[in-house]
Design a protein around this ligand. Structure first.
Ligand SMILES: [Zn+2]
Length: 295
């Protein structure tokens, strides 16, 4: 189970909301919504990974420490919610390195996982993907095996990428559903999915050892309109299927234990995870050699 810890206005389609220097005064809800979400996720033996923005950690450090004290993993969602490809590789590296050390200073512990805002690394071909490894992350959870958010050629199971100099990065991809359509199970596609279909998909993924990675945002589980203005596509992406999703999400998760991604990563790295992806499913580009998937 993973949570992207961001406000309703961290929407890459609205740059004037995402860039703090352009942002008008906007209602902020995480201080209230994050504890509520963690309460909903609180089941015996079940914990989540929280991908936290650096700018959010600056604003509500106490809430992030509380989440860590409850046993959840704190991972990194970048400093600002900017698409990877909207910045030079150097600027991208600085953003994620700054966010990582900010979170580590706050927690006094190493931060091992990264997820790019809006899945914007897209594919392992992106030169920024290697920078995630160079910044000291053990795993990434950004390469959606879905059209639009990523690419259908991205692996659906945990996969280790190794470059020719020996550097490695484990990818833990977000879950998709809908058979060959490969629709993201998080975001508006997931909110519109019948809970029974998603439960069946999760059960199948577990049986196949695909390590299904679920994604949710705190603002998705509030059954009322967003507290500020979004228009056009940004509005659709945030509002479609949001009515009643809190209950549907609870139904999707019923009886399913949640694991932190660092625990999943340890299993994969130690070679104990049952997930296997054939090398033919892995995007191969010059300079990037697919390693046998985690076993
Ligand atoms: Zn995000």
């Amino acid at each position: 189970m993973t949570v992207d810890v961001e406000e309703w206005y961290h929407n890459c389609w609205v740059p004037e909301y995402v860039r703090p220097e352009l942002r008008p005064p906007l209602p902020q809800e995480l201080d209230r919504l994050l504890p509520r979400l963690l309460e909903q996720l609180d089941r015996p033996g079940s914990r989540a990974t929280l991908f936290v923005l650096g700018e959010v950690a600056d604003r509500i450090p106490g809430r992030i420490r509380e989440a860590a004290a409850l046993g959840h993993e704190i991972a990194c969602h970048g400093d600002l919610h900017l698409r990877a490809n909207d910045r030079s590789p150097e600027a991208f590296r600085k953003d994620i390195a700054d966010a990582k050390s900010k979170l580590e200073d706050l927690l006094g512990a190493r931060v091992r996982g990264f997820r790019s805002p809006e899945w914007s690394l897209r594919t392992a071909n992106n030169p920024r993907f290697r920078l995630v490894a160079e910044c000291g992350f053990d795993y990434d959870s950004s390469l959606a095996p879905a059209f639009g958010a990523g690419a259908r050629t991205n692996p659906v199971s945990p996969t280790v990428y190794r470059w020719r100099d020996g550097r490695t990065l484990l990818e833990l991809p977000p879950l998709t559903w809908g058979g060959a359509l490969r629709l993201p199970a998080g975001g508006w596609c997931g909110r519109l999915a019948p809970p029974g279909r998603l439960r069946a998909r999760i059960a199948r993924a577990i049986a196949r050892g695909e390590a299904p990675v679920l994604v949710v945002h705190p603002w998705e589980l509030v059954d009322r309109p967003l507290p500020g203005l979004l228009t056009g596509l940004a509005r659709f992406l945030h509002e479609a299927g949001r009515r009643g999703y809190r209950e549907r999400f609870a139904e999707i998760c019923r009886g399913i234990g949640g694991a932190r991604l660092d625990a999943v990563a340890d299993l994969c790295i130690r070679g104990l995870a049952p997930a296997v992806v054939g090398a033919d499913a892995i995007d191969t580009s010059p300079g990037l050699a697919p390693l046998a998937a985690a076993r």
